[in-house]
Design a protein around this ligand. Sequence first.
Ligand code: NDP
Length: 269
Amino acid sequence: MIQIDLTGQVAVVTGGSSGIGLATAELFLRAGASVAICGRDSERLAQAEASLKAQFPDAKLLAQTCDVLDADEVNAFAQAVQTRFGRTDMLVNNAGQGRVSTFVDTTDDAWREELDLKYFSVIRPTRAFLPMLRDASGSDNTAAVVCVNSLLALQPEPHMVATSSARAGVLSLIKSLAVELAPQRIRVNSILIGIVESGQWRRRFAKEAQPGQNWEDWTAELARKKNIPLGRFGRPEEAAQALFYLATTLSSYTTGSHIDVSGGVARHV
Ligand code: NDP
């Protein structure tokens, strides 16, 4: 395995209290980075903080409640990172969730909510952390923004019409950002994920599973129904590894790009 030492660097992961974000925070801590995570639910955040501290007792870790849709809270989070660590080298825009609804089922308010979440979960943290990313950026393009996006951006699903549409817009936004920020040596990339085991899916399992059906059977059946070529859901750490690659100088000549982490679901060439 390629080793990379991130001692002295700072990684910020929005939505770092669960699933993909938490797995990503673990990878950064393992590589020696200082890490800041946020989420809305203080209890979930405290649990994540405790689990990270148990694994990495010497971790330089900041956990702060913050809704990425609230500009004041995002600015306060960025200020807290500045005060505690003095810099930000890597920003992972991960916070969010999907919306299951068809066109007929989606109200105007639901459309607005979904567009708001998908766009502003990228726009607000990127804007708030940009000055620090600029200052941190070095000649080898060390500063990076990485966004968790979905394969729905390229392969829309009618049962997730608003999410698919917003995801496509965000893919376009990331491309523009990559070009605008390139002269400042800040790289901007994304991952396009299929289905990854996480808090969202655990919650759907709790609601939708048949009595007596366990998690393994439920996910295997869904993977079959959804024709996932690799035959299973992805694991949070598999998405995290792609995020880690794009956030670090392992990908120093890559910007405006994306990595597919969908288990082969992407059908385009
Ligand atoms: P989880 O539910 O496990 O984690 C989501 C994280 O985001 C939690 O820490 C949650 O904490 C946080 N979060 C959600 N909304 C906000 C908000 N407004 N402000 C701050 N934090 C927020 O799910 P995943 O790990 O699966 O999700 C990670 C990302 O991956 C999401 O953007 C999701 O849409 C995307 N994705 C996931 C897929 C999958 O199959 N798992 C598929 C496609 C995309 P809290 O609720 O306490 O705020």
